[in-house]
Design a protein around this ligand. Sequence first.
Ligand code: IMP
Length: 203
Amino acid sequence: MEKKIIFATGNKDKMQEIREILDGLGAEILSMKEAGISLDIEENGTTFEENALIKAKAVAGMVNEIVLADDSGLEIDYLDKQPGVYSARFMGEDTSYEVKNQELLKRLTGVPKAKRTARFVCAIAAVFPDGEAVVRRETVEGYIGERPEGENGFGYDPIFYVEEYGCSTAALTRQQKNAISHRGKALRAIRRELENRFYQKES
Ligand code: IMP
């Protein structure tokens, strides 16, 4: 029987990216909804790793499959790594990213480029039916630009610039962003963990 992996998210865009990167693993990837699970999980950890584990363990307690969960956000060094684990909740969940991005730019007014360093962070946790858990944390380093640019991506992408391309991650194509992004790297790291584990169990 084909293995099943449940990814603890309700976000459709994330599911598509996850399916692309975990393709060929020989497992069926299901969202929580597809697995018939409805659960409101409080993300009360203080790190991305903790939050990813909280989510994965909560769902793993309800099923007998491999469960993955992620937590991600933006750390701005000049602002003591804010908004960090509060990235989605910064200024309120319902506030538009246009407003959130303008506020962050305002807080960095007059700050030179060298001090505008920032990173996107993504932690992905995997919890196996035997209770074993692994977490992988990956980042993409960059800086907060002087103004928003680009039409792609979401959230803080328009103000997060990468040196390699000299533009914001909202100005990159989906493939370009996936190749360098925190989430792309963390998904590929977790894929290697799953491959090792499947291989060990089968050999
Ligand atoms: P999560 O869905 O709880 O992991 O929330 C992550 C939040 O961090 C999002 O709502 C965005 O505000 C921000 N974020 C995470 N990854 C990205 C990204 O790739 N681009 C832009 N914003 C991101």
